[in-house]
Write a protein that binds this ligand. Structure first.
Ligand code: BYC
Ligand code: FE
Ligand code: FE
Length: 472
């Protein structure tokens, strides 16, 4: 009983001694990783008001309390099983879902789970220095909430690796703690997770756009025929909503403050002179994280994606809203860039599954940008934020070898080199952001000059609540 308590769970861990032992063996390594690579300077002397998942009950799955971060109770929670659940897409449509991993799909599934798992600790590593530059205690708490939950998402994937992939799975679980974001020799698997996030504008854009890739990928994995994978990702989505809330409202609050400063600065005034973040700067960071997150959806034409779909490993977001689920002969009318111009061709839909998911993702992002633009509108400004063209700044897929401006107009290499910092953050931009974030704000209810307070606090607490307490 006491032992089972070590790892909170709803998978009856205490009845599977082997698994329990394996996970308890991994746990201290995880804690060591958290101490080394997690939030710097906020390990032993701070109590953080965070929510902890304690069940999967939609009414009361979490509870709030002060904890020291290394003592957070990272647990394993799978959404409740669906009675008589059937495979929802691909070649095995209609058959019962799998409770074990079929031998023929073992490698593919392992790879998907490892790739998903790798992103979770990566993001914690990327964000480890942000606490020392926080704009408020409210934001500091939100950062740590996101961090501990990404840690829990790693636990979710490690549970699957240990439970279903034997020796290989255990080895993979170790390696998930060994790769490091941005490390030259042992980088994280996907590129966006090797980029630094050293200022809060990057953090908010990351949680808006990159956590939203988490949402789209988790939605497609939650359709999986491997039932434990579907159930664990379904529960992860519950937590993901808060991460995107942090990003969307974080940028919204910066925008609001920028609007106030624009009014104050007058028509030809300079927001930076007032210590704020100007609109072009916000747009550049949007461009950066949106394009990096488009890359996370993989190549437009992908035989990997076709095979994941055919085998029932990874479906479309909201698969049950589609009319047809086998998708054998259907085609996708795709734009290609050939000889310097756009041509469209039909390709088999199964090969276009990355693009189908990207379409869903772009729509979800566009709705968020619309909500931001309402702030500019309410202040009477005619400027608007916008998503850059999909071809802009791509490192993966068919546009990777070319250059385009945010309108999708092709550019020569030379032109790109000359102009790229009109659209992406330059070293000078980063330096400016770091300069206005150099002094952290730790006083309850106070906010850095470049960001407006939130509308309300967390868990019905007041805005000036002491979300993070320092121990003397
Ligand atoms: N960077 O057919 P292709 C989250 C590789 S975020 C580097 O295009 P595929 C979170 C690819 O591996 C969600 N390499 O790709 C957010 C392949 O390599 P090989 C994470 C890349 O396989 C915030 C080659 O290029 N979850 O949860 O169809 C905070 C060509 O492959 C990239 C998942 O990703 C890249 N961006 O699709 C915390 C779900 N893209 O075979 C957490 C699981 C591709 O030539 N992963 N490559 O060696 C997948 O479903 C797929 O692996 C991908 C790639 C969609 C990512
Ligand atoms: Fe996550
Ligand atoms: Fe997340």
């Amino acid at each position: 009983m006491i032992s089972a308590e070590k790892i909170p769970n709803n998978v009856n861990l205490s009845s599977n001694k082997r698994l329990q032992r394996a996970l308890e063996h991994w746990q201290p390594k995880y804690i060591q990783w958290w101490r080394d690579m997690g939030p710097q300077g906020f390990q032993d002397h701070h109590q953080v008001y965070v929510r902890t998942a304690v069940s999967v009950d939609p009414e009361g799955w979490a509870h709030f309390e002060y904890v020291k971060l290394p003592e957070y109770r990272w647990g394993i929670f799978l959404a409740d099983p669906v009675h008589d659940r059937r495979i929802g897409f691909g070649d095995f449509f209609g058959q019962p879902v799998w409770q074990e991993v079929p031998g023929e799909f073992r490698n593919q599934l392992r790879r998907l789970i490892v790739t998903q798992g790798d992103t979770e600790p990566a993001s914690v590593e990327q964000q480890r220095l942000l606490g020392q530059r926080c704009p408020s205690l409210y934001d500091l708490r939100n950062l740590f909430q996101v961090n501990v939950e990404e840690g829990r998402h790693l636990w979710a994937m490690v549970y699957l690796l240990h439970s279903y992939f034997g020796r290989d799975g255990r080895d993979e679980a170790e390696e998930l703690l060994e790769r490091q974001s941005g490390n030259r020799d042992k980088p994280r698997i996907l590129q966006a997770f090797n980029e630094p996030i050293d200022n809060w504008l990057d953090f908010f854009m990351f949680t808006m756009f990159t956590d939203r890739d988490g949402k789209s990928q988790l939605m497609s994995l939650s359709e999986s025929s491997l039932d434990p994978l579907a159930r664990t990702t379904r529960f992860m989505l519950t937590e993901e909503a808060h991460h995107m809330f942090v990003g969307e409202t974080g940028v919204a609050r910066i925008l609001e403050r920028t609007c106030q400063l624009m009014k104050e600065a007058g028509y030809s005034g300079d927001v930076r002179k007032l210590g704020g973040i100007d609109l072009p700067m916000i747009q550049k960071h949007l461009n950066q994280w949106f394009s990096l997150s488009l890359d996370l959806h993989g190549s437009e034409v992908s035989s990997n994606a076709a095979s994941y779909f055919a085998n029932g490993l990874k479906g479309r977001a909201k698969e049950d809203t589609f009319g047809e689920h086998v998708v054998k002969d259907a085609v996708y009318n795709m734009e290609f860039f050939e000889g310097g111009k756009a041509v469209t061709k039909d390709i088999l839909m199964r090969n276009a599954m990355n693009e189908v998911l990207r379409d869903w993702y772009v729509g979800d992002c566009a709705a968020g940008v619309e909500r931001w633009n309402r702030i500019l509108e309410s202040y009477g400004f005619s400027e608007r934020l916008r998503l850059p063209d999909r071809k802009f700044n791509r490192g993966i897929g068919m546009y990777a070898g070319f250059h385009f401006d945010p309108n999708g107009v092709p550019l020569s290499d030379e032109m790109w080199e000359r102009r790229k910092y009109e659209w992406l953050p330059s070293a000078a931009d980063t330096e400016y952001l770091l300069s206005i974030m150099a002094t952290p704000v730790f006083e309850p209810g106070k906010f850095a000059n470049y960001i407006a307070p939130p509308r309300r606090g967390i868990n019905q607490q007041p805005i000036d609540f002491e979300y993070v307490r320092t121990e003397q």
